[in-house]
Each structure stands twice: as C-alpha cells, then as structure tokens.
Design a protein around this ligand. Structure first.
Ligand SMILES: Nc1ncnc2c1ncn2[C@@H]1O[C@H](COP(=O)(O)OP(=O)(O)OP(=O)(O)O)[C@@H](O)[C@H]1O
Length: 282
C-alpha cells in the first residue's frame, strides 16, 4: 500500500473542466442497467470536458464502468441521464467521427490487412474514387509501418501488427475522436512500448482527440495530457483528474528521471490502492 504522506510535491489535480475551448463534453452522465435483482447503477454524475486534440487516459478498477463510459461516447449505448456532446451535436448513435480500437483487434480474419482498412474506407467514403481509396489505405499502412504486410491476413500477423492495422483502420476514416479500449493490454512489454511511441507520433500528426482506457499507470503517464481516475462501482464516477505536465515530444528515459513522474505515479497508486482500494486488488 502506498502512503500519500510520502509525496514530496503533490501533483496538480485539475478540475474536470479545463479552461480551453470545450470539444467533447460528458455532461452529468449516468448509466443504470436493469438486472433480475433490480436496477444497477454503474455510473453516476460523470462530468468531463475534453479539449480538441487532447489525449485523455482513463484508469480505474475492473468493473467500475470504464468501457460503459467509452461505449456511451462511441454511441453504442445511451446514457440513462445526461448527454455526450461534440461540436456537431449530441451523440445518439455510433458514427465515423468516433472510431473505437479494442484490445482484441477485431479485424476480419478472412481479409488481408489492406482489405480490412479498405472496407472501412469504402463504407465511410463511398464517393471517393477507387484510386483515392487505395491511396488512403496505403498512406495509413505506411503510417503504422506495415506497407510490407499489406497482403497478409490477421493469422499471419503478430499481435502488435494486428493492433497497428486496427489503429490504421480507425484513423483512415479521419475520426474526430479515437477511442481506445485497453488497446495494448494483450501485447508483450516491448511491443507495448513500441506501440505507445507510435501512437504518440500518430496522435501528434493527426491531431485527433484520444480517449484511452488503460490499467497501466506508467502507460498513462507517458501518453496522456490528463489522467482521469475513476472511483469504484456501483455508481462509480470520476474521482480525480491528474494533469500530466511533461513537455512533448516525450522521451521515456527523460520522463523517468523527472521526480514529478514519481510524485504522479505515487499519487495515482495511492488513489487506486489506498483511497479507492478494490476488494480484489487491495
Ligand atoms: N448490459 C449490462 N447489463 C448489466 N450490467 C452490465 C452490462 N454491461 C456491463 N454491466 C456491468 O457494469 C459494470 C461495469 O462494466 P464495464 O465493462 O464498463 O467495466 P470496466 O471498468 O470497463 O471493467 P474492465 O476493466 O474489467 O474491463 C460491471 O459490473 C458489469 O458487470
């Protein structure tokens, strides 16, 4: 267990609403599921305002409702109360402006890497010429360094390569928000670190707004502008939001030499394993 008294410089804890212009707004969201034993409140009073191009990581114990929250942003499930807003309006259904990448890659196994991306591009840009669509696919395969693997099927790709294809497919249709549900959870540590660096590079070039679930505090501290820490369910909510002040582009070795890194890390660990310890995790 981590003792919060050991913090030398307490990290800056931000309010959920930054001063920058709001882009994605989670406004007083709650989610209640009907169950055989009565209504079950998963989330309550969730408020968060995200700026355009921000990188947000979400952390919290298993079952607290992180996926439920991102599913509401994705439009796959509707909030019981409150709403998710983008400048284009209230989110009521899935749309190409919000693309999701899951941990299990979700590629079509009978299609090649190229075809998996092409299908997504074709469905979102039906009016583009075939030449343009092929160009978009090639450009995005190159973005994730997979030009050579274009004709391989998912079974011929490693986990890291499959996840690169899934990210390329999501970005090829130019979403405004990229939703990542523990995208690197199934990867070995070295591949995971490579993909974190690639994701940061892609994010910088695409200027996409990212919401990412992770169970890994170090991953969140390397990637995010802000780390959203969830309380435990039932009726989970956002407990605190940590500002992660490291300048960009980030260098992992440099960050790990910075005492602030350990202040933030200890603070997040204390939140998860002391203040909001989970029965199974405490
Ligand atoms: N359709 C549903 N009906 C009833 N309960 C549900 C439904 N979907 C999810 N839940 C419950 O809501 C809670 C939150 O689930 P969710 O998958 O959002 O958590 P999570 O934080 O993403 O978990 P993990 O980190 O393990 O993926 C869990 O208790 C889950 O059992």
């Amino acid at each position: 267990m981590v003792n919060s008294n050991i913090l030398v410089n307490p990290p800056i804890v931000s309010n959920p609403t930054p001063e920058a212009k709001p882009f994605l707004v989670l406004d007083n969201l709650s989610k209640v599921y009907p169950t055989p034993t009565g209504p079950y409140t998963v989330l309550e009073n969730v408020n968060l305002t995200v700026s355009e191009g921000e990188f947000i990581c979400l952390i919290g114990h298993s079952g607290c409702g992180k996926s439920t929250l991102l599913n509401m942003v994705g439009g796959f499930t509707q909030p019981t109360t409150g709403e998710v807003r983008l400048p284009t309006g209230v989110v009521t259904q899935p749309g190409p402006d919000r693309m999701v990448v899951f941990q299990n890659y979700s590629l079509l196994p009978w299609k090649t890497a190229f075809e998996n991306i092409y299908l997504a591009v074709k469905s979102v840009f039906p009016h583009k010429s075939k030449k343009e669509k092929i160009e978009i696919v090639r450009e995005h395969l190159a973005l994730v360094g997979l030009e050579e693997a274009a004709d391989k099927k998912p079974t011929q790709l490693s986990g890291g390569m499959k996840q690169r294809v899934a990210i390329a497919r999501a970005l090829a249709i130019c979403p405004q928000v990229l939703i990542l549900d523990e995208p690197f959870g199934a990867l070995d540590p070295l591949t995971r670190e490579d993909l974190q660096e690639e994701l940061l590079d892609i994010w910088r070039r695409h200027q996409v707004t990212v919401l990412m679930i992770t169970h890994d505090i170090d991953e969140a501290l390397f990637l995010a502008d802000r780390l959203v820490m969830m309380t435990n369910g039932p009726a989970a909510t956002i407990g605190e939001v940590l500002n992660i002040p490291f300048s960009r582009p980030r260098n992992r070795a440099q960050i790990m030499e910075d005492p602030t890194y350990y202040d933030l890390r200890n603070y997040a660990l204390d939140f998860l394993y002391h203040r909001y310890a989970h029965d199974d995790a405490a």
